[in-house]
Design a binder for this molecule. Structure first.
Ligand code: FEO
Length: 620
């Protein structure tokens, strides 16, 4: 019996799930199963995007037949020729003699490699940017080589603004009755599997994944339909921002992943003690026994965490076999931009530590902790100091942490249980334009959270809302400028940089091109007293915002005019709210001064200007 899912009026999911597969591609365990997605567009012409794996062929044929509802299949778009998406290709060509196979030239070569069928007369070859009109829809094709095979292409439905993304944005795990990412708790239940999928399947090809993201950034996308996992129709930014981090090999979180290989438990013991030392100093740690945990999980974890520790016994005068396989895997997947510490063990000739370091030198931008602990059979008491030194060196390489202050807490539950968000306005905030440059695009946004953390090196933190285009540009380029706004700044600057999106407007329009720093990004030519350029050294995920830790690369003052504070903005810059003539009652947004007319403000109201919620409105 068919089991299809309607995605839009004329788009139907006709894929299937497999929960019996032990090893995806023969190497990646999939305890939660896997979905093979296929999508049927029922326009004036019918169009199928890819097929499925042979394991679920029968269900797929039932689904497709039902979704076609007696119609024939006009086009099969082959975005990815890997057999888990093309097992039914030849069968469909036989079932639907009028069906045209839409693919690129490389795909055609692969079809002929896998099959002996004579299909040349059935094929319509497309190139980058070519379009296919199917009636109401216009499909545009973009090449995405090496995401994950060289022939991969993606399709953009420019009518409904849907990206059929092939392997990109895919995820391990069967769909279990859902289809959309917003139907499940994706962050909690599936993000780990999305990371494991990306890092192991596409991880090696960060440059190529970035090229695809670049193409996607020029498109208005309402929905993403990948070949595995969930369809994205809401909060696309949450998966896009992960892809930006992963493809840049940027750690998602500050913390230490410790992977150890231990025959009799003594190497494990040293790793455990190091983990305890780090935890004791407030550092997040995760640990894996590489002989037990599947390598794909450890590779995914290495993509997540900023610091990696490898602890291995020596075996046959080399690295222990499971650790050697892991190191090989990590190098193959192009791991880079990490800080690494090493522990070795050897009862008579310890070599594993030096060999691990030598191998990892092949990776880009790996910083090694100088101290390497070498154990002879088992850790001795006097070596605890060496573990402390490694822990201290690891900690010293982290961006400074905010520790929870102890003591000085007010007494009384009434005080402790109350959170008045207005209390935050008592903090002294400055106001800044954060700007970045990505290729030919300049953009900027208003922020109020810049803080100097250390003097040597001169290091700052900046919190930026993830919905801002500037956020994505900083993630991608790793560099930004801060223009420090002064008290003379007019409200129009906040309208320009705070109330419109850089996706819709050129925020620097009319400023000319003379105000740039060495990193190439613009700064404001007026109403500022200083400019700071910085390079990102770490990113901390804070839910709605990313906290960037960055080293200052350039800084200069322009005037002695006082900086505008948040309080000054409220008292002197933000227009006083006024009800329009004739309006009896209204509510004003405390952030941007937008006035809502009406007797009652809906609970779920969102300010159309600055996107803050009803909690930031007050009666006029
Ligand atoms: Fe699911 Fe690269 O194929």
């Amino acid at each position: 019996m068919h089991c299809t899912k309607k995605i839009a009026d004329d788009l139907i999911w006709v894929g299937a799930n497999d929960r019996r597969l032990a090893m995806f591609e023969g190497v990646y365990h999939v305890p939660g199963g896997v979905s093979y997605n296929s999508y049927l567009l029922t326009d004036e012409k019918t169009v199928l995007f890819d097929t499925v794996d042979k394991a679920v062929r029968q269900r797929f044929i039932e689904n497709l037949t039902e979704a076609l509802n007696g119609r024939t299949l006009d086009y099969l778009v082959v975005q990815h020729m890997e057999p888990d998406h093309s097992a039914a290709l030849i069968e469909l060509a036989g079932r639907y003699p009028g069906m045209t196979i839409v693919c690129n030239a490389k795909t055609l070569g692969f079809i002929k490699q896998f099959h002996d069928a004579d299909i040349d007369s059935r094929v319509h070859i497309v190139k980058e940017g070519d379009t296919l009109n199917t009636g109401r829809h216009v499909l545009r094709f973009f090449m995405a080589p090496m995401v994950h095979w060289p022939e991969v292409m993606v399709t953009y439905d420019s009518t409904d603004k849907i990206l059929f993304s092939a392997d990109a944005f895919g995820c391990f795990g069967a769909l279990n009755g859902a289809l959309f990412a917003d139907e499940v708790d994706f962050a909690k239940d599936y993000m780990d599997e999305a990371r494991r999928y990306y890092s192991n399947i596409v991880g090696k090809y960060g440059t190529q994944a970035k090229a695809l993201l670049e193409k996607a950034s020029a498109l208005e996308i309402n929905m993403i339909c990948p070949l595995h996992g969930f369809v994205w129709r809401k909060e696309l930014q949450s998966i896009l921002s992960k892809y930006i981090q992963w493809s840049n090999y940027a750690p998602e979180e500050n913390g230490v992943m410790i992977a150890y290989a231990s025959v009799y438990g003594n190497t494990e013991n040293a790793a455990e003690i190091l983990a305890c030392r780090l935890r004791g100093k407030g550092i997040k740690t995760v640990m894996f026994d590489v002989s037990v945990t599947p390598a794909s999980e450890i590779v995914a974890s290495a993509f997540r965490w900023s610091h990696l520790v490898f602890a291995s016994t020596t075996y046959n005068a080399g690295i222990f076999v499971t650790m050697e396989a892991l190191i090989h895997d990590l190098i193959s997947h192009n791991i880079q931009n990490r800080t690494v510490a090493v522990i070795e063990n050897g009862s008579w000739a310890a070599t594993s530590g030096g060999l691990i370091r030598d191998k990892l030198k092949a990776c880009k931008n790996i910083s090694f902790i100088d101290n390497m602990l070498s154990i002879k059979s088992s850790l001795k008491k006097e070596q605890l100091t060496e573990i402390d030194l490694i822990a201290d060196a690891l900690i010293a390489s982290f961006p400074p942490l905010f520790q929870n202050a102890q003591g000085n807490r007010p007494n009384g539950s009434a005080v402790l249980n109350t959170i008045d968000s207005n209390t935050m306005f008592k903090l002294s905030y400055g106001l800044f334009v954060l700007s970045a440059k990505d290729g030919g695009k300049d953009n900027g946004c208003i922020i109020n959270t810049v803080m100097q953390i250390t003097e040597k090196p001169l290091r700052i933190t900046v919190a930026v809302n993830k919905t801002n285009l500037t956020h994505d540009m900083v993630i991608k380029t790793g560099e930004f400028n801060l223009s420090v706004l002064t008290e003379s700044v007019p409200f129009s600057t906040f309208e320009r940089f705070g109330f419109v999106s850089g996706r819709d407007a050129d925020k620097f329009e009319g400023y000319g091109d003379h105000a740039r720093t060495a990193n190439g990004a613009q700064y404001l030519p007026e109403h500022i007293n200083a400019v700071i350029s910085a390079k990102v050294t770490g990113v901390h995920d804070c839910g709605t915002h990313s906290l960037f830790v960055a080293d200052v690369t350039q800084a200069f003052s322009l005037s002695d005019e006082p900086s505008a504070t948040y309080q000054y903005y409220f008292d002197n810059i933000k227009p006083k709210p006024q009800l329009p003539k004739g309006a009896a009652k209204g509510f004003v947004c405390k952030i941007c001064a937008y006035v809502y007319e009406g007797n009652a403000l809906p609970e779920d109201y969102i300010c159309p200007l600055c996107k803050h919620g009803a909690e930031d409105f007050e009666p006029v």
